[in-house]
Design a protein. Sequence first.
Length: 34
Amino acid sequence: MENEIKLASGAMVALGVATAALVVMPYLQVRDVP
């Protein structure tokens, strides 16, 4: 059971990181362009 919780939490973290990257990358690209 604990293994499933670790797997689920890991998936949530990966999803959060992917979402954050998806949101942050365009802002960085727009900011770099004068």
